[in-house]
Structure formats: structure tokens, C-alpha cells
Design a protein around this ligand. Structure first.
Ligand SMILES: Nc1nc2c(ncn2[C@@H]2O[C@H](COP(=O)(O)OP(=O)(O)OP(=O)(O)O)[C@@H](O)[C@H]2O)c(=O)[nH]1
Ligand SMILES: [Mg+2]
Length: 223
């Protein structure tokens, strides 16, 4: 029960959100041994300064969300890693279920908005359609039973991170994790998760630009 947990948070201009995210983690995470690792994409605002003041470790990466997560995973000190967004979309009370899933023996645990018990206040009809299409193709080609794909609230056993062989720099990272977890025959579980509306600030994901990147990520792996 005493595993060290690293909460890895990619950030880009989240100065009005990051303090609430950090307070939420401190209030709700039941593990006593943990670090909050913010991977900042050289925000133009004070995201990094606020995170540091509140005791987070801050490192920098300016090549995209995927690149930031990969760097965070490498730098993480914990034997359990959680990836979490900085816009208050991910509820900190769900952290415990993510951590526990790795503790009981799974390699990767993925939050799903489309299971019973899950949901989203923040996803458009176009994104739901795109997500369902991507889930369908990946399930057919890689023999998985995923219900969600492009969602970043997840946990990992640190020792399997290299097996995921991650290369994506942008928003293709989640899909790459789904596919490569299957290729590496990892023990994967989905748990229901409720995605809240972004609290403040702009979405960095562009539905069509990043949808195309996700499609390319899938096709690269199929062919
Ligand atoms: N370091 C880094 N973080 C990023 C980058 N792009 C996005 N992020 C962070 O990645 C997380 C997810 O990005 P969002 O903009 O929330 O994407 P989204 O959830 O699809 O968009 P919303 O629906 O508006 O929430 C947030 O914590 C962002 O601050 C980047 O280029 N570098
Ligand atoms: Mg978001």
C-alpha cells in the first residue's frame, strides 16, 4: 500500500486552473507518498510559477502534449504513474481507483467516459462520433475491447512504460498507448470516469486537425 505515486500533468497556459488541480490532488489522493510532476510547454502565463509555489516539481517540454507526457513518464520517480489534465476536466477523487487498479496487478488503467458510471460534460457530438469510429477500428484491428480512446486520465505501472514504445508528440499519444498496450500484451483495465467541462481557458486540441493526427497514428500501426 506504500507505493510511490507520480501524478504527471502536462500544462499549457493553465494558470487559472493549476492551483485548483493541485489542491484537489492533495485533498483526495489517499497515497501518502507521491509527487506532482508538471510538464509545462513553456506557458506564456504563470502556470509553472504557481505549480512550483504549491510544491509541484516542474519540468519543461515544448513539443506537444504527447512529448510532454513521454518526458514526464521518463522523469517520474514513482512505481505508479497517473496522467492527468490540468484543466479540471479530471476529478481528483477518481485518482484512488486509478492508483488501486495498478496496485492490484494491472499494467495500465484507462478512464472511460463511455462505460456505465462514466460520462462527459465536455465532449461535442462530432468528437463522440470520431472517438467511436477510432475505437471501432482499433478494436477490430488489435483485438481489444476498448470503450474510449482519446481520453488522458490514466494510470501506469512505471516498469512497463518502455514496453509502450511511445513516439507520438501530439494528441495521438492516447491512441498510441491504446494500440501499443495491446501489441505488448499488457494487462489493461478500463474504469468509468466523468469528464468535467474545462474550468477556464482555451482548448488546445483542434477537433479536425488532431482527429487527422489520431487517424494517422492508427493507420501507421495497422499497415
Ligand atoms: N506541455 C504541454 N501540455 C499541453 C499541450 N497541449 C495541451 N496540453 C495540456 O494537455 C491537457 C489536455 O489539453 P486540452 O486543451 O484540455 O485538450 P482537450 O481536453 O481535448 O480540450 P478541452 O475540451 O477544451 O478540455 C491540458 O492539461 C493542457 O494544458 C502542449 O503542447 N504541451
Ligand atoms: Mg481538456
Amino acid at each position: 500500500m506504500n507505493d510511490y505515486v507520480s501524478i504527471v500533468i502536462p500544462t499549457l497556459n493553465e494558470e487559472k486552473n493549476i492551483a485548483k488541480v493541485i489542491h484537489g490532488i492533495r485533498k483526495n489522493l489517499r497515497s501518502s507518498r507521491y509527487e506532482i510532476l508538471v510538464v509545462d510547454g513553456h506557458s506564456h502565463d504563470n502556470t509553472a510559477g504557481i505549480a512550483k509555489r504549491l510544491g509541484a516539481r516542474v519540468i519543461y517540454d515544448n513539443k506537444g502534449k504527447g512529448s510532454a507526457l513521454r518526458k514526464g513518464f521518463r522523469a517520474a520517480k514513482g512505481s505508479i504513474i497517473v496522467s492527468m489534465d490540468a484543466d479540471l476536466s479530471n476529478e481528483s477523487k477518481e485518482l484512488n481507483l486509478l492508483v488501486e487498479s495498478i496496485r492490484i496487478g494491472y499494467d495500465v488503467c484507462m478512464g472511460s467516459r463511455f462505460m456505465v458510471g462514466g460520462g462527459s460534460e465536455d465532449i461535442s457530438k462530432v468528437r463522440i462520433a470520431g472517438n467511436k469510429f477510432f475505437v471501432f477500428i482499433v478494436n477490430v484491428f488489435f483485438g481489444s475491447k476498448y470503450s474510449d480512446m482519446c481520453y488522458g486520465y490514466r494510470s501506469f505501472r512505471k516498469s512497463i512504460i518502455n514496453k509502450l514504445n511511445l513516439k507520438e508528440d501530439g494528441f495521438g499519444i492516447e491512441t498510441e498507448i491504446n494500440i501499443n498496450a495491446m501489441k505488448a500484451h499488457l494487462k489493461v483495465i478500463e474504469i468509468p470516469s466523468t469528464e468535467k467541462k474545462r474550468d477556464w481557458g482555451e482548448a488546445k486540441l483542434r477537433t479536425f486537425r488532431d482527429g487527422y493526427i489520431i487517424l494517422k497514428t492508427i493507420l501507421k500501426n495497422v499497415f
